[in-house]
Structures are given as C-alpha cells and as structure tokens.
Ligand binder design. Structure first.
Ligand code: ATP
Length: 937
C-alpha cells in the first residue's frame, strides 16, 4: 500500500523512463499454435495464416455475402512456428517490465480451450520474471523487493494457490488499491529459484481437468502476481527516500469452450459454465471499455473482472495474448477470440508510476500537511471568530435598539391608555350630564362642575342653549363661569353615580339601545345643537348682541306671594302655579327683594342668570323643577324659592327695573345686560312696555304675527327678534305646525307662567298635546322604540311630567332639525338604520319572549296574515308607526316593554325616579309601572 506521490527520487525517475507512463492501448497479439496431433489426425485444416507480423488471414474462402472478415490486424501476430520467447519478447516483455519502474501491468492469455494459453503464459511468466531479475541485477543502486502471490478463480471462488487452505478468499474494496484479495499469501521472492518453486506450487495447486479437447485443461482462471518494490539505495535511510511499487499480473484464463465440443458433463460442465460466464463478463467489460470509458462497466459481475479491474482500462499497462487453434474445426471459436481481441485492442489504460513514500518521509510529509491544515483551520477559526464577533455585536446593537423601541412603544401604550381612561372618564362625565340626566339630577347645587369645561365658551353656551331653559337657573343648577355653564360638582357626581347604576343594568333602555342597536341617536344632541347653532350663525350673532348688551334685569310678576297664599297647602299644586300664582304684589316684593342683603344671596338655590358669550338671551327662570316641587311639598313654600331667586339676582348684581310690566304682575322676566346696547333697545322701545312686550314676544305671543307685531313695536329689536323667531321656528316649532309656533318655546321659556295659569283639565289637555307632539317627533327622528316605550311609560299625566316632556320636546326638536340637515346631506341617517336594526332585533326577541299563542294573538290583533312570511318583522315594522292612534302607541309600548323586559324591571324605574330627583327618600314620582302598562294584546 502507499500513496501516489510525484516526489520521486532521481533514480526512480530514471527508472520510470522505462515505462513512460501515460495512456495507451492494450497491447494485443495473436498466437497461433500448430495443429496438434488430434487435429492432424482428423485432417483438420489450418485456416488461419499470419501473412505478416500484425495480420492474420483466414485462408479459406468465405461464403458470398459473408460479413466475416478474412484478415485481422493486431499489434502482433505469431504464427504457429513462433517460440514463446519471441511472443514474450515482442508482445509481453515491455509491458511486464513496467513493474520495475513502478507501473502496474498485466499480461493475459485468452483463447479457447486447448489453444495454448497455459503453454504460452508459463513461458511468458518465467521470461518476464527472469527479465525482472535481470533488471534488478542491472540496477544495483536500487534495492528491489519482489513479492509473489498466486490465486485461482474456480467456479467463482478465489483460492490462494500458495496456501494449502482451500478456503475461498474474500475480495475487499480498497479506496487506494482497488479490489484487494483478503489474506492472500504474498511471498517475498528470495531469488529466481524461489520463484520457480512457487510457480511449481501454483501449477500443482491449480484445478486441472481432462476434457475431450485437453487432457490437462485448466478449469480455473489463474492469476500470478508479482509485486516489485524498488527504491534507491542512496536515499533509503533519508527522509527523501521513496519506493516505487508496482504489480505485474500474469493471467492464464480458463479456455472458453462448448460443452458439445468438450463433451463435458458433471463437474466439467459446471466448471465450463462458470468459465464461460466469467469470460462473457470479461468480454462485456472489454467491449464496453472499447466503446468508451464512461460506459457502465460490469466489473463486479464476476470475480475475475473485479480482481483485474485495474488491469482492464485502469492503472496498468496490459498486454493480451490471444491464442488460436489454426484448425478449421475451431474456426468459430477462433473468430470469437479474434472478436474479443479486436475489442481489447481498442481499450486504453492510464498507467502511471506508483511511488510509495518511506515511513519517515511519510511521517514528515504528514506532519507538514498537518501543520498546513492546522494553519488553515486557525485562519478559518480566526475568520470565523471575527465574523461571529461582528455578528454578535450587530445582534447586541439590534437587541438594544429593539429594547428601546419596546420601551418607547410601552410608554406610548401607557400614555394612550391613560388618555383613553381620561377620555372615557370625560365621556362618562359628559354622558352623565346629558339633558335628561342633568334634568333628573337637578338637586343640591353646590360646587361648580366641569362637564362643559372642555368646550370653548362659545360652544359651551351653544350646547347648553337648547336646554338651558329647561334646567334653567331658577334653582341655580348652572353657574355662569364666564366661559360657559356648568353643572355643579355634586350634580355631576350624582349624575355619574346614577348613570353607573343605570348603566350597570344592561336592561336599562340606554344600555339596551346601545347594546343592541348602537349609540342612541338621541344622545350627543349637544353636538347636534352645536351644528344647528353653527348653521344659524347669523341668528346666534343677533342673539349675541342681546346677550352682550343686556345689563338690565327685569322681573315681571303676575304676583308676588302674599302671606296668605304662602300658607296655603301647596303640595298638590303645580309648581308653576305655586311660583307665580302665589306671588304677592310686585311692588312690595320688588322692594323686598331689592333690599335683601348680600349675605342672603349665596343661597345655592338662587336664580342665577346664565350668560354665554355667543348665544345667550333673555333668560327666564324655570321655577317648576321637581326639586322645587319637592321642596314645596316637604320644605318651604314657594315664596322661599322666589326670595332665593331674587336674592340670587341681587347677588349677581342684577338690576331690577321698576316697570309697569312688573307692576302688572304678569310675568317674571329677567333680562341681563352689561352695556348700552340694551339701553339703546330700551330707548327705542316704549320704555315701560318694552320689557313686557319683549317678554310677550317670547312668552305670551299666541301667533307669529302677533309676535312680529310686538317686535315691530320694539323698533331696534326687529332684527333681533326676527332672527330669534327664525331660529325658534326653524329648529323648534316646525315639529308642530298646527300649534302655536311659540307655544312650545314659550312653554319652555315661561312654561311655568302658562302652566300656572292652567287648570288641571288644561294641564291634562296640554299633556296629551305635548305627548302627541313628542310621539310624532319620536317618529320623525327615528328615536329607538325602547326609548319611546320607556318615556311613554314614564309619562304619567300629572304636572310633574312637564319637565320631562319639555326637555324631550326640546331635544327632539333640535334632533329633528339636525336630521333634516343631515338627511339632506347624507341621505338615510344612521338613526334610521339603527331603528331598522332595532325592529329586527325586536323581531328576534318576539321569538324568545313570547309564546306561540301570544304571537298568533298579536298577529291577529295587528292584522298580519298568519300565513305570511316574516310575520314577526312585519309586526315590529309597524310598531310606533301610527303616531295619531294612541291605542296603537299603547300597544306598541306594551309589546316593546314586554320584549325588552321593562315590565319586570320595576327597580329600574325606581332608579330612574331616583335619578330624576335628588333625594331618594322622597319618592315624588311614585307611579306604578305595572299600573301604567297598557295591555299587550
Ligand atoms: N505453440 C505451441 N506449440 C506446441 N505445442 C503447443 C503450443 N501451444 C499449445 N501446445 C500444446 O497444446 C496442448 C494444450 O495446450 P494448453 O494446455 O496450453 O492449452 P490451453 O489453452 O491452456 O487449454 P485449456 O484452456 O484447456 O487449459 C498442450 O499439450 C500444449 O503442449
């Protein structure tokens, strides 16, 4: 074994010149044997003739059209008379002696049985080895080692011919050496005689059998292998010494045969079968090799070709001597041999010098190689470390950057969360301060609140404007902060807590609406009002003039409560009547109020005229709130309220003019002015009547014409009043074309005055009228049905409903106006869509909340065909649609209440009542819900 290395010492190089290693073709020669005795006896004619050293000619004539050649050319052809020495010298020696130059070589004898293979190879082997020894002798500067091994392949079993052990040898595949015969005996030749002994031993060991064609027929393939290692003696002990090592194979193949010819049977037949099969493989290998080296080579199909792989187209020079019987009787077999020879002639090998380094040289070279590899590894490691370090640093920077981003995002998230909480809190505060909540929480004014603090002053005033009159300043729920009106803190808190209670029950109307139908379109009306006011900017500007210029407060009394009236039982009297009807003479009261000390003016229930920057106007008190009523019922007669109100006016530096209107005792009207504009107004007007007329405009005019006439009388007030009228007409009164356009407004502004003048029967009429108006507005504004139902059921019909109805009317009016504007701009409004969804949801609830019998009864009552499709939806689409038919409305309310569970939730109503009035222990609106509920069917 050894490594191929070009580091060959000079002697080896010189020796190598003998072999001249490079690619070359297999040397193919033909040897004819003479006719043997049997052939001669059979007068078998010799049909082959060597016409020259390279051409073999078929002497007999071939049939016409025969494709068989008559002449064959090879590297060398030997006639029957040639000696083996000549054959060796001219065909095998050159190849055989390559081994001494470190080149592998092989010499084959191929031919049919009894053609002279063994006869030829025995001579060639001896001559070759003799020449090798001769070469050794001629090259004393080199030390040669010859090792000999011998094997046979018999019936596809490899056998060691130098061993008595007949155990077949295994073939191993070595990456460097190719196929290796395991444990084969390799004998170092001592000398020539030693070789002769071994050769004799091999001949003795080889399987030989008698056939009809050959008494000493070889029944196996024999391979004699001589390995020649040589090294220059000069360098043997130096690190630079190297060894040339090569092997020469002398291969005596078994002869191809025909069983019919050899008359073989039994063992011979079996041997012949293996022989022919292995020779067939060899022929295939040669044929393939002759056509191209890339062809699939079936070396492994037989042990013969596997062992001789290097010799067949590999790293060995090869010479093939094909032996022929010249007899005509074997012409077919001879042609086959010639065919094989012809193919082999085309096969090239690529032999080269095999230099085996000495162990020392090998160790040294291995050490150098190791150092080189270590150096490379170190460099790679250094480079890798450098890359790793750089990558690690980049990753650390990236991680640090990402960490910063995460912290920044976390901060942003926290900040956003904080803002969101604030917004939600603000929204909750704002929501809790909506009109009806505010209305219901009108009590215990103490501290200033902030529900409108977030709005600019002008916006705040505009937003508050729609319901300012409702929650007006009679019991001072609002403060004029100079920037806008605000709830006091306790109201706000109360509203919040009430709202929380309200919202905590998801069956409350608001929650129900928001949960199932989206945001209540009736909420957020402040913004709607804001838009309306923006749309009526001119009007607001006009009103603003009044607001800014007003400095005079005028109070018109119907009467000022007299002591006698003060002592009257007022519990069952409408607040508005109490406030106004029970007032005693205005002159006295005015004096009384005017002389009130400042110390008394801090009463939180005092009337506080609200003023805004943009849209303030003549404010009127609204002394009929539930709170006031409650106080009247349980605490103080109305005179206290009036006194408080007057004191509040004085506290706010209000100036009360003594006018005839006051003396007339008709109205309580407070006007506020701070500069001379109102004075101008006052001067143009007819002095004493001015304020009364002005009040009449807002409070008592029964028709637009009358109002306009009044305004005309005001002179400079014309434009102002016109704008005001337009504003009110457009935004408020359009909802009730048949009613007095100013009625609603006047009711809101001075409702107490009107109401105070109404008898219970009058109130009942007004209640029905307002309720019908509200119902129509609900329909016009697409108010959620649950909301309608809830309020409808709340309306009891007593005077205490007035405040709710007024607020509802006010905001519905504005909402309607807003929706008209939005609808024009946007087509179908969101509230319409929400209402549609609500009806669909109610339709679903019908299935859950009502039995089949109940549903059928409802369908019949509502005139819906029992066999029609989507009956429930049909029914729900009819709910609350006939606003003129109170039975229809009651039925609608009953059904909606049933579906959403209002009937069963008496506590909700109690809470609602609690919301409405600040003192829980005083159940002012102690109506019975179940009693109020209309029948379902
Ligand atoms: N060139 C030759 N001159 C004289 N005799 C020869 C020659 N070649 C072969 N013979 C003789 O022919 C006979 C058969 O030769 P050999 O055994 O070498 O044939 P073979 O090809 O090896 O046959 P097998 O394949 O059966 O082993 C032998 O007796 C041998 O002496």
């Amino acid at each position: 074994m050894g490594m191929v290395n070009n580091n060959v010492d000079e002697s080896a190089k010189s020796d190598n010149q003998l072999s001249n290693a490079h690619e070359e073709k297999i040397f193919v020669s033909i040897r004819l044997r003479p006719l043997n005795d049997r052939e001669l006896a059979n007068e078998d004619a010799a049909v082959w003739e060597c016409i020259n050293s390279t051409t073999l000619l078929y002497k007999n004539s071939l049939p016409e059209r025969s494709a068989l050649p008559t002449a064959y050319n090879f590297d060398r052809v030997f006639a029957g008379g040639c000696s083996t020495m000549q054959v060796y010298e001219e065909s095998a020696k050159r190849v055989a002696l390559c081994v001494v130059g470190g080149i592998n070589s092989s010499i084959f004898a191929y031919g049919q049985t009894s053609s002279g293979k063994t006869y030829t190879m025995c001579g060639i082997t001896e001559y070759a080895i003799a020449d090798i020894y001769d070469y050794i002798q001629k090259h004393p500067n080199r030390q040669f080692v010859l090792k000999f091994s011998a094997m046979e392949i018999y019936n596809e079993a490899v056998r060691d011919l130098l061993s008595s052990d007949a155990t077949p040898l295994r073939l191993l595949d070595d990456p460097d050496r190719g196929t290796v015969v395991e444990k084969i005996t390799e004998v170092a030749l001592r000398d020539w005689s030693h070789l002769k002994e071994l050769l004799s031993l091999c001949a003795a060991q080889r399987k030989i059998g008698e056939t009809s064609l050959n008494e000493m027929s070889s029944r196996s393939h024999q391979i004699l292998r001589l390995t020649v290692d040589s090294s220059a003696r000069e360098f043997r002990r130096t690190e630079n010494s190297s060894t040339l090592s090569a092997t020469v194979n002398f291969v005596d193949l078994a002869g191809s045969e025909r069983a019919s010819q050899t008359l073989s049977a039994g063992t011979r037949l079996k041997e012949g079968s293996h022989i022919n099969r292995s020779l067939l493989t060899l022929g295939t290998v040669i044929r393939k090799l002759s056509k191209g080296r890339n062809a699939h080579i079936p070396y492994r199909d037989s042990k013969l070709t596997r062992i001789l792989q290097n010799s067949l187209g590999g790293n060995a020079r090869t010479a093939i001597i094909c032996t022929l019987s010249p007899a005509h009787s074997h012409v077919e077999q001879s042609r086959n041999t010639l065919l094989f020879a012809s193919c082999a002639k085309q096969v090239s090998t690529n032999a080269h010098v095999n230099v085996v380094m000495s162990e020392k040289a090998l160790v040294k070279q291995l050490q150098r190689e190791l150092a080189r590899l270590e150096s490379q590894l170190k460099n790679l490691g250094s480079l890798s470390n450098s890359c790793d370090s750089l990558a690690l640093k980049e990753k650390e920077l990236l991680i640090e950057k990402m960490d910063k981003e995460i912290r920044a995002l976390t901060d942003q998230r926290d900040e956003a969360h904080f803002r969101l909480q604030n917004l939600m809190q603000s929204a909750g505060e704002s929501q809790g301060s909506r009109p009806w909540d505010a209305l219901s929480s009108m009590s215990e004014p103490q501290e200033k609140g902030t529900w409108l603090d977030e709005y600019p002053a002008s916006e705040a005033s505009e937003i508050i404007d729609p319901f300012r009159l409702d929650v007006g300043s009679s019991i001072s729920h609002f403060y004029d902060k100079g920037e806008g009106l605000s709830f006091n803190k306790s109201e706000e808190q109360f509203a919040e807590s009430s709202e929380e209670q309200f919202l905590s029950d998801d069956t409350s109307p608001r929650m129900f609406i928001e949960k199932y139908f989206g945001p209540d379109p009736t909420q957020g009306w402040e913004k709607i009002a804001e838009r309306i006011d923006l749309n009526n900017e001119d009007n607001c500007k006009e009103v603003q003039c009044i607001e800014i210029d007003t400095s005079i407060r005028k109070i018109n009394f119907d009467s000022v409560s007299s002591p006698e009236k003060e002592n009257q039982g007022l519990e069952n009297v409408d607040m508005r009547k109490i406030n106004f009807d029970s007032l005693s003479s205005p002159e006295n009261e005015m004096e009384q109020y005017s002389s009130s000390s400042d110390s008394e003016l801090n009463d939180s229930r005092s009337i506080e005229s609200s003023r805004s920057r943009s849209c303030s106007e003549v404010l009127t008190t609204m002394p009929f709130s539930p709170r006031s009523k409650m106080e009247k019922e349980h605490e103080t007669p109305s005179i206290e309220v009036e006194e408080d109100s007057i004191r509040s006016l004085e506290h706010n530096n209000l100036k009360f003019s003594e006018s005839e209107s006051v003396a007339d005792g008709k109205d309580l009207c407070i006007e506020q002015s701070e500069d001379g504009k109102f004075s101008e107004l006052e001067s143009v007007a007819d002095g004493k009547d001015l304020h009364r007329q002005h009040s009449e405009e807002y409070c008592e005019s029964d028709s637009t014409d009358a109002k306009e006439e009044s305004m005309k009388a005001l002179g400079l007030a014309d434009e102002v009043v016109k704008s005001k009228n337009q504003f009110v007409n457009e935004q408020v009164l359009d909802a009730e074309p048949t009613s007095n356009k100013f009625e609603t407004d006047s009711n809101l502004v001075l409702g107490g005055v009107h109401d105070s003048q109404k008898s219970p029967s009058d109130w009942s009429i007004q209640f029905e009228k307002q309720r019908a108006e509200i119902i129509q507005l609900w329909d016009a504004c697409d108010i959620p049905l649950v909301h309608r139902t809830y309020f409808f059921l709340v309306f009891k019909g007593d005077p205490s409903d007035s405040i709710y109805m007024e607020v509802e009317l006010r905001r519905l009016s504005f909402l309607k106006a807003s929706q008209q504007t939005n609808t024009v701009k946007n087509g179908q409004s969101s509230s319409t869509r929400a209402l549609k969804r609500e009806r669909e949801m109610l339709s679903s609830l019908m299935l859950k909340k009502l039995s089949n019998t109940e549903r059928m009864a409802l369908f019949q009552k509502w005139g819906i065909g029992l066999k029609t499709k989507r009956r429930r939806l049909q029914l729900c689409q009819r709910l609350w649609t006939d606003t003129k038919d109170m039975d229809h409305i009651k039925g609608s309310a009953a059904l909606v209440a049933k579906l959403v569970g209002i009937v069963e939730l008496s506590h909700v109503q109690k809470e609602f009542v609690g919301l409405s009035f600040s003192t829980p222990q005083v159940n002012v609106r102690s109506f019975s819900w179940k009693h109020s509920m209309p029948s379902l069917v």
